[in-house]
Design a protein. Sequence first.
Length: 383
Amino acid sequence: MMTVTRTGWALVLLVLGASGCKGKGGGHGGDHGKPSEVAGDVHAGHGDGGAALAVAALPMGHAEVTITSERQQLIGLKLAQAERAPVVGLVRASATVQADETREAHVHSKLMGWVKKLYVNAVGQKVRRGDPLYTIYSQDLYAAVQDYLRARSLGNAQLASAARERLALWDVPEDQIRLLEMEGAQRTLTIRAPISGTVIEKGITAGHYLEPGAMLYRIADLSTVWVLASIYEFEVGRIDQHGLAQVLVQGETAPRAAKVDYVYPTVDPGTRTVKVRIVLPNRDGALRPGSFASVELPTLAGEVVSVPDEAVVDTGLRRLVYVALGDGRFRPVEVRVGRRGDGRAEILEGLAAGTTVVVSALFLLDSESRLRGSAGPAGHGGH
């Protein structure tokens, strides 16, 4: 919020000229005389909303100000119009690279037993579908294999079928069952990779005793990855869910373009953000899960009212623009501001297209408005 000392107020009055600056607001009534005409280089238009703004309630602590054309030229006061134009913006967000959840496999143990040998013993190791991961010795499995072979040798098809089904439920593959039928019971079972990919988590060591449910390997196919961006919930409606996003992963010099794939339906209660998913091809493996990224998401095109960024006065409590009403009169109007960028500020409420606003010398103008607003009988500048 702007603050002006007693000396500052005196300086403002000196620059503006007490005889040339006359305000309306607070309890100031009566006719103060006709103000001087506006200088030829300052075009003070009324705009579409001029009449309505002239009678609207003033922001608390502010008053309407009248400045002669000579003083306007002295302080360098300039004007511009609020414009309505189509805008396609961007939402910038931070993001992280993650493995594609649809291309992951978790390897869990369905048996109790001991790990006899590890074939894949490091995170980052690449495997192909069917490659051996580890071998396990399980007393339960060994007993089930013997039951199956005994039923086969006795010619009991029903019992053999039940025993074979039991082995299948323990993920004993068909090729190993055929090997058992040819070579007899084996003390260990080899567990193989369910998909091709990269080991990104490992929870197994040689000699480890396994229990059902333990997560032993997390394997991910990283030929494509997800980029999950976090945007605030109020930005969700602005996102073009069929648009093209620009993703710059940390460590890379050029952004990658990709379509917005999915906007998640839930809000994080801690950060009040929503996840937006972008899918990127990663054939060269340059994109690593866990990397940070910055994302520019496209927004839906639409016409908005905007003013030059410098026309908005942020007091800390509210945002104001000063509307030129003609004849050297300037009135503060409270507005609600939306997106800002490219030197423009979107006006969501409080101002119509075509309205003429002040874009320079705002400090002096706002100081005079505050001074005259606080000088009224109730000190409320028009309230």
